[in-house]
Structure formats: structure tokens, C-alpha cells
Design a protein around this ligand. Sequence first.
Ligand SMILES: Nc1nc2c(ncn2[C@@H]2O[C@H](COP(=O)(O)OP(=O)(O)OP(=O)(O)O)[C@@H](O)[C@H]2O)c(=O)[nH]1
Ligand SMILES: [Mg+2]
Length: 360
Amino acid sequence: MKTGIIGLPQVGKSSLFRILTKAQASDAFANPREAHVGVAKVPDDRLDRLAALYNPKKLVHASVEYVDLGAIGQEALKESAYLGHLRQVDAIAHVVRAFEDPSIPHVGEIDPLRDIKNVEFDLMVSDLGQIEKRLERLQKDLKKMKTAELEKENELLQKALKQLESEKPLREMEMTPEDKKRIRGFMFLSEKPILYVLNISESMELGKELGNAAAKYKLTEVASRPNAGATAICGKVEAELSEMSDNDAAEFLSSYGLQESGLVRLVRTTYALLGLISFFTVGEDECRAWTIPVNTRAVQAAGAIHSDLEKHFIRAETIHWDQLLNAGSEANARSRGTLRLEGKDYIVKDGDVMHIRHSG
Ligand SMILES: Nc1nc2c(ncn2[C@@H]2O[C@H](COP(=O)(O)OP(=O)(O)OP(=O)(O)O)[C@@H](O)[C@H]2O)c(=O)[nH]1
Ligand SMILES: [Mg+2]
């Protein structure tokens, strides 16, 4: 899974990228017009607690790839390198400036909703250009030869055109799974799920401020639209946090009235936005988190681990992570009856711990 970090100039994109991926400031940041790719560990307290039970040789968190794309605008969106990177991502994190700092310039007053609308507009203009070009071609082809497939594409693109002309992004357009497949190749920008990341000022009551930020900056409505969400961070505080040991970080967080770092929330919100969940595999060798879409069957989840496990799947010994912690061991869980055997069609739940039994 890949998330693209976008936003207007100087809003904190690279800072966020660095904190998420723990990249060094000096690493390849020389050219701000270049995209930077990094991997972030998905923090998961549930996995950490399971690991405490097993003391494994290896602890593997899930990971998300982030791409820091550089400042967005009509110009950037005409550059093929920029567009190419942005088209490739599964989701967008749009960093929006909400922090006050007279030493860092911004286009006009601090106004997150205006910035969101402007960037959204640019994404839609880019998609619109692409659709118009394709439609022109399509009309010519349809004159030569009418096929059902071309007509379906035409119909769908006309619908998308109308959507964009009424200034609504494609992520809000209703589509059947077939339609989605049909336009997947275009990799439309305004179709991608989007998370608005408010970068707010440091304050003594950061815990409260972070919780209220979306409402305070009037993002509640845009964030509740289909395939959109909002979260807040304080880049400055997160940057300090990322350099501390876990113990110091915990103390630092509580001094601001916070329970968890903003990054944990950011990653969690991205998962929810993309309809992703985690399940775990545990043991003395390795404890590990795996990422799957909601409503995945047990046999497909096994495939996320290894294709052989999917092919030779027999059953999955399954228990929810907190039941396993409560029991203290698998043997206890088995005798309590909380460790169950599930078949191929079992729908895996977020936080399930699974042992795949297989015949391979
Ligand atoms: N006060 C304050 N400054 C911040 C915060 N986040 C980032 N900055 C500062 O804002 C400036 C720009 O930060 P970057 O992370 O480079 O922003 P960017 O969006 O990557 O900028 P470009 O790539 O040039 O568009 C730097 O001087 C940061 O130190 C914040 O939360 N508070
Ligand atoms: Mg940058």
C-alpha cells in the first residue's frame, strides 16, 4: 500500500514524511522537486502486547509506503514525473497548514478549507483534461466501429465528466465494481481516497486541540464525504517525539495531555479510509501483523502470508488478540474454548490471531 503526501508549498509535507519514515534530514532531500519514497512501520499496540507474551526472535509490524511528492499546483500537475508518482498511489494524505508561524510564508491567511478546495480543484482539472482527451478519441473510434465495451466506456466517462463539471471529485461518484475496474487504468487523481492532515500549532492543551481541530477548521463536512477523512497532527511536537526513547516519549505525550502520538492516529485513519484491517501470526520465532481488506475470507488471508498456504489451506485456528492475552497462553485459550477452528469462508476480523493449518 502506497500513500502520497501532497499539499501546498511549505505546509510540512517533508517534515511529516521524515517523521513517518524516520528518514534522515540529510538523505536525498537536496532536490525538493523530487519525489521521496520511504517505508513507515505501522504502530500497533496489540502486536506489541502479543509479542510480550511470546518474546519472539523477530517482531514484524505491518508497513505502509509513503511518497513525499513536493508542492502541488497546476504547474506540478503538468509535470509528467510528478503526475506519474501521484497516479501510482493508493491513497492521498493532503497536508494542510493550520499552524501559525509568521516566519513561514503561506498563500494568504491560514484557511485550511480554502486550501483543501483549491487543491481538490487542481486534482479535478487534471482528471478532466485526461477524460476530455480520451473522449475525443473514443468518439472517433465509435464512428468507425461500435463495440459494447467502447460504448460502456463512453457512457462511464460521460458520467465522470458530468461529475467533474459539477465540481465533484470522482471519489464521490457512485460506481459498480465493474465500472471501477473499467476506469482503473486511468488512475484518476480525484478518485483516490483522501485524508486531510491538519498540521496545527503547538499548544499546552494539544490533546484537546488535536481532537477539536477538524471541527475548529470547519472540516467536518468535507471529511464526512465518501472516501475522505481528516486527522490532525502537530508536526513540531511529532518531530521532537520521533527522536525520543519510548519511555521519554510516553512522558512527553502525557505532559501534553496525549495518550498516543498523532502518527498512530494518522496511520489508523488511513487504514480505516482504505478499508484495511490487520490480523496477526504469533510464535516464538516471529510475531507479525498482516494487512488485508475488510471482509477477507480466511483462505485469502492465508494467501496474504504465502500463496502455498492458500492453496493447501485446511483450517485456521483463530482467537481474538485480547482473548489470547486474557488467557495468557494458547493452551489456556484452548481449554477455555476461546481458540476456535475456522474454515475457508470465515470472515477475518480486525485483531484476529491465526495459525493456518495446511496440507502443503
Ligand atoms: N511552526 C511550525 N513549523 C513547521 C511545522 N511543520 C513544519 N514546519 C516548518 O515549515 C517549514 C516547511 O516544512 P517542510 O516540511 O519542509 O514543508 P514542505 O511542505 O515539505 O515544503 P515544500 O516541499 O517546500 O513545499 C520548515 O521550516 C518546517 O520546520 C509545524 O508544525 N509548526
Ligand atoms: Mg518538502
